[in-house]
Design a protein around this ligand. Structure first.
Ligand SMILES: [Zn+2]
Length: 77
């Protein structure tokens, strides 16, 4: 029996259809009985839909600035 923590870790693979059938079924069953994980799945799906609407490529330089920010360095230029 999967625990909620297991299911949240497997949610992305579940959405992508990347789980083996038995694993998928176990996760699917958990979603059927657990409202909390169902809500989490809904949230993940909405997030994915939003991300899917972002147009790439971003404007020039944005990616460099984001990477610099994540690396904790001041942006060049
Ligand atoms: Zn759960």
């Amino acid at each position: 029996m999967l625990k909620c923590r297991d299911v949240t870790e497997l949610t992305t693979e579940y959405m992508e259809g990347a789980l083996p059938p038995a694993r998928w079924l176990a996760v699917r069953f958990h979603f059927a009985i657990c409202g909390m994980c169902r809500a989490y799945l809904g949230q993940m799906r909405r997030t994915r839909d939003l991300l899917g609407r972002i147009q790439l490529p971003l404007e020039p330089g944005v990616e460099d600035r984001v990477v610099a920010r994540l690396a904790g360095q001041p942006p060049a230029g």
